[in-house]
Design a protein around this ligand. Structure first.
Ligand code: TRP
Ligand code: ZN
Length: 862
């Protein structure tokens, strides 16, 4: 195994920058293989730092052509990670640093820094600088606490030449941009290419006109309308709910096919993975529309939470990401409905963050050390970071929260801040002591809250106990502040005590409810007010009662989940056990309730994922076989399908008349229809129903529903060919063709199916979207297939991690996390996974990114 792990960076080692940069002038002469970059920086010693330090500028994979200080040539000491000039070689005060570098955008397949993205022979240039990509463009103090005003000149053949801020001047083959807002280097962006824009405008609350432009490839111009609509709604929402207006005359979004993440909030020039911009009814599913809306909002909201107020250092990443995720979740809830949005948020939280928190990659919302910062753009920083803010809001109330946010924007505008700054704002605005609450930022692991009940003399008592399990580097945990929303129901289902927030602060704590006529049924953690695992010793009768009566829609859904999860667990243990008729009846009752939102009904009757059941069973100490969970889930679905009166008629009745619209109501009906069709095709020969639905579909949502069912049934040959022939030129749609096969192929054949697809002419594995659509979708979305007992799934995925790592370490490291659960499996699977992890660890040139992830996973071996 490699022993030369690069050193860890520590939060406790933070020191202010030795030099500040006031102004940056960048000049680019674009060329695919040899782009020249001239950087002119107005620098001065930082009065807040120790005097007399050397000048250190970060830089990677740069060819230095020339360097000058105040016009005189200098010869810095070049190192792999940057350059140094001894303090003695520097002027006493302010100075001008000029340097010319040469870079190779086309050779940059890691997709950080300046790179190219090709579609046919149409080449575009774009940048990705977060977190540390700017240092691959020029030498610079590439850290977020160095904020500067940028002016940029671009020379190149492309008809469109873009950078941050406002256009200043342009002519044939050149353009100049100026961004008046000081920003850290990670928010710098440049785009050049043959692009067309979809244009609109927005008038801010104070009456300023903002031009809005979404740049796409020629041919995609009719697919930007929904993203534009989502942008305008986001701008209006941020004014209405947070009092935040946009601050430039121009806001641009660019769609690019080659991208490591979802999107990037570069000042005034957001760059998006094309998958989260382009949509038409024929090419995008309801889920795609929902994601586009959410991500457009997220990046736009970063303009205040991230850009105007940024992070002091990368340990503070959740300062911008947790808050911005929370804001985009609030927006989506307002646009699409609270209950359904919250259920979606929690599904994602459990599938990714609870999983992460339970394994070797667990880390606090604010980590204290890292080797590679790109490995910390995690579900914990993002999703748990958002949950922490949701709890804070629950504790101080909506008004306290708004007052605190007003103070935050007021006090810290233009600054690079810390979590301490953030919590202090809440303490100052609300008077609340948040020292204990701050543990949510420093302690990793998902708290387990055990709930017991007592009833005596008209007093109902909830006895709560909290315990957070050990995580890497943190053996013992102190009690946290847990806001638990609780309501009490009477025997007839009526609410006898309305929702109130119980604040748990001790390890063990009891809460009493007096003056009740009869023993109530508690509904605990309503709306998922705290990101904890509840352990309630409740029986099926209680689950059925809550599923039928809970007035909190989230907990009603939770009761259905919990009931199904428990049932599937028992069916795994006993392969002859039939599901309890009471469960089936309770689910049918949800479908018969005309008053319920179809989207909510679809979520209630949908079975928990194999992963979800697996996590629950392994918490109880079992080492379940994913294949057995998959099989039990199928049995449950068959039993449910057989019990739904006139299932085929119900499916037909849910047909949406008229042309497709992406709005939530119509999407909810399609979700329910798809769910019921999935059930129907378990009871009858699947092929006819699914094939008829495939042929009749006039939108991508219904096409994908039907295609998935055909693949599941092993009857998809003709449909897959037809789909391929129609969509082979559209990369976003072709990705769906790959991922549907990776996820819906039955577990027993999935490895072979995926292996065959890796040989397909369109498997452009260097493009992250395509790689994720096949390899990522298989490993994360076909759990029983990936964990096949012979280890063939592990070997296949590892082969491809090994292939991608030298090309794109960021994406490889992220996907390597599919092995993070290895310790929860039986001994045979553990051994098979360890063999593959060891294969990775033994690679002599494994990247720092993947090396860190693999080493952390292997440390859990002891
Ligand atoms: N800041 C981006 C967001 O959350 C995330 C991001 C974009 C990113 N590109 C990246 C993170 C590259 C790591 C690497 O909105
Ligand atoms: Zn973000």
């Amino acid at each position: 195994m490699r022993t030369d792990q690069p050193p860890a960076i520590r939060l406790s080692d933070y020191r202010p920058p030795a030099f500040l940069v006031d102004r940056v002038h960048l000049s680019f002469r674009l060329d695919p293989k040899a782009t020249r970059v001239t950087a002119r920086l107005a620098m001065r010693p930082n009065p807040a730092a120790e005097p007399g330090e050397d000048l250190w500028l970060d830089g990677r994979e740069l060819t230095l052509i020339a360097a000058r200080i105040d016009g005189a040539d200098v010869t810095p000491q070049i190192e792999p990670e940057g350059l140094r000039l001894p303090a003695a070689a520097l002027p006493a005060g302010a100075f001008e640093w000029v340097c010319e570098t040469e870079i190779d955008p086309q050779g940059n397949r890691a997709l950080e820094g300046l790179y190219t993205s090709a579609r046919g022979d149409n080449l575009m240039y774009c940048t990705q600088c977060e977190a540390q990509g700017f240092r691959k463009i020029t030498y610079f103090p590439d850290r977020p606490d160095v904020m500067a005003v940028y002016t940029v000149r671009i020379e190149g053949d492309a008809p469109v030449l873009l950078s941050n801020g406002n256009p200043v001047a342009s002519g044939p083959g050149w353009a100049e941009w100026h961004d008046p807002w000081p920003k850290p280097s990670y928010l710098f962006a440049l785009v050049a290419g043959d692009l067309v824009s979809h244009d609109d405008s927005f008038t801010t609350a104070s009456g300023r006109d903002v031009a809005l432009k979404i740049y796409v490839r020629p041919g995609d111009e009719d697919k930007a309308e929904y993203a534009m609509d989502a942008l305008k709604r986001s701008m209006a929402w941020d004014e209405r709910v947070y009092g935040r207006e946009y601050d430039l005359d121009l806001f641009m979004i660019v769609a690019v096919e080659d991208f490591n993440a979802g999107a990037m909030e570069n000042k005034g020039l957001n760059i998006f993975n094309a998958k989260y911009v382009l949509a038409s009814p024929e090419t995008a599913t309801d889920r795609d529309y929902e994601l586009i809306e959410g991500i457009i909002a997220h990046e736009y909201f970063h303009n205040w939470t991230g850009n105007r107020i940024t992070c002091r250092d990368w340990f503070q990443l959740c300062l911008k990401e947790g808050l911005t995720v929370f804001r985009d979740q609030q927006f989506s809830a307002d646009e699409r409905g609270d209950a359904v949005t919250r259920i979606d948020n929690v599904l994602a939280l459990r599938a990714r963050q609870f999983r992460e928190d339970a394994g070797p990659l667990a880390h606090p919302v604010r980590p204290e050390e890292y080797i590679e910062i790109n490995n910390f753009y995690t579900a914990t920083v993002y999703e748990k970071g958002a949950e922490v803010i949701r709890m804070l809001r629950a504790l101080v109330g909506a008004e306290g929260y708004r007052a605190a946010l007003d103070l935050y924007f007021d006090r810290h505008d233009g600054q690079a801040c810390t979590i301490e700054d953030w919590l202090t704002v809440f303490e100052d605005a609300t008077g609340r002591d948040l020292r204990q609450f701050a543990r949510w930022y420093s302690q990793a692991g998902t708290p387990l809250v055990t709930v017991a009940e007592d009833w005596a003399d008209g007093v109902f008592t909830l006895r709560l106990r909290q315990q957070t399990p050990p995580t890497p580097g943190q053996a013992d945990k102190a009690p946290q502040v847990i806001p638990l929303a609780v309501g009490l129901l009477g025997a007839d289902g009526a609410e006898v005590v309305q929702t109130q927030v119980l604040e748990m602060t001790e390890t063990e704590q009891s809460f009493h409810f007096k003056g009740l006529a009869a023993r109530p049924v508690p509904s605990v953690n309503r709306g998922f007010s705290a990101p904890v695992i509840l352990e309630q010793r409740i029986d099926d009768a209680r689950r059925a009662f809550l599923l039928a009566h809970d007035t909190d829609p989230f907990n009603r859904w939770e009761a259905a989940r919990d009931y199904m999860r428990a049932m599937i667990g028992r069916m795994v243990a006993d392969p002859n056990l039939a599901p309890d008729p009471a469960l089936i009846a309770a689910l049918v009752a949800v479908l018969e309730d005309q008053g319920l939102d179809p989207a909510f009904q679809a979520l209630c009757v949908g079975p928990p994922s194999v992963e979800d059941v697996f996590q629950a069973l392994s918490r109880d100490g079992a080492r379940p076989d994913p294949g057995a969970i998959h099989a039990a889930t199928v049995r449950l679905q068959r039993a449910l399908a057989a019990a739904i009166p006139d299932l085929a008629g119900r499916v037909a009745a849910l047909d949406t008349p008229g042309p497709y619209t992406p709005e939530a109501g119509a999407a909810g009906r399609r979700a329910l229809r798809g769910r019921l069709m999935a059930l129907l095709t378990w009871t009858e020969p699947a092929a006819e129903t699914a094939r008829a639905a495939f042929d009749a579909a006039d939108n991508m949502t219904e096409t994908m529903q039907a295609l998935g069912l055909l693949i599941r049934a092993g009857q998809a040959g003709a449909a897959l060919s037809a789909f391929y022939d129609r969509w082979r030129a559209d990369p976003n749609v072709l990705d769906k063709w790959f991922s549907a096969q990776a996820t819906a192929t039955p577990p027993g054949q999935a490895v072979e199916a995926v292996a065959a697809l890796t040989g397909h002419a369109d498997f452009d594995w260097r493009v992250p979207n395509r790689y994720r659509a096949l390899i990522g979708a298989f490993a994360a979305g076909n759990m029983a297939g990936f964990h096949r007992a012979d280890g063939a799934g592990y070997a296949l995925v590892t082969d491809w991690l090994i292939r991608l790592d030298p090309v794109n370490p960021q994406t490889t490291a992220r996907l390597a996390g599919v092995f993070e659960t290895w310790r929860q499996f039986d001994e045979d699977r553990q051994a098979l996974m360890l063999t593959q992890l060891q294969r990775l660890a033994d690679l002599p040139d494994l990247s720092k990114n993947t090396g860190e992830i693999v080493a952390r996973m292997l440390e859990a071996q002891g």
